[in-house]
Design a protein around this ligand. Sequence first.
Ligand SMILES: *[C@@H]1O[C@H](CO)[C@@H](O)[C@H](O)[C@H]1NC(C)=O
Length: 298
Amino acid sequence: MRSLSSGLALLLLSTSQAVAQNSGTFDILSFNVAGLPAILNSNGVPGNKRDNTARIGQLLTQYNTSLIHLQEDFAYHDTLYENAQAHPYRTETSGNVPFGDGMNTLSNFAFEGFERVKWNRCSSITAADCFAPKGFTYMRVKVAEGVSIDAYNIHADAGATLLDKRAREDNLRQLSNFIKTRSGTNAVLIFGDLNSYYTRSGDVPQIFRTDNGMKDVWIELIRNGAEPADNDASVPNCGVPAANLNCEILDKVFYRGSPTLALQAISFKYASDVYKQESGEIISDHNPVYVEFAWSRA
Ligand SMILES: *[C@@H]1O[C@H](CO)[C@@H](O)[C@H](O)[C@H]1NC(C)=O
């Protein structure tokens, strides 16, 4: 009896040691999947949107990225989820336009506290942004036992007129303020479609650096820390697929660690080389962004 219980104690001890993981890696993908109803917007993507969405789901299964933020997951959502088989944790759709916000998350990590927040301000000068209740989503993702990161998906107002820019600045400020209260000193990830260029005057993606202490992975790993200036002609906007990593896209990835969690981005790429049609044609009018992170308990 005695040896049995000490054996049991040993077993429990080794189990809890295995659970108390102290460091690790994970990867993330941000992807605007161009899922507006084809009748409203072809997005300039060849082929049939439902077939393309099915293939996106299959590729998401194949590459099995740990945490995926989707935007414009509207009219073909059911097809996407039917084909995206790998991820056990996923948000429920908020619906097609004009009811849903198009944002969803697929995750290999459990999460809690999921919330959708609508922007206070929108501008339909370009891109009918007020047609769908766009905004951001929040969730606390459990990366390991006792290790959590607050993850925000985002789809900001589109367009380049003054009113679009004002709406978008208000959007980013709204999220920045939300993070201050909701996340406190926690580790944070923001990845999604900011609809913002550093090179476009009036766009303010740097707010998450200045006001929330976060780093943009593209700026850190590809540009050695240098944010492009307004109208910097040496930094073109990318096409799809992106010609290289030096051009800029509207979709961005920001992160920070916390006093108890060291977080470091270790790779960055535009993933249109793998997310494409079988024929090689583009599958969305956005490049997906793929980043790997390393974490350790601080
Ligand atoms: C996806 O990755 C997780 C680990 O993050 C693994 O447990 C799971 O088996 C993988 N699923 C597929 C379908 O490859």
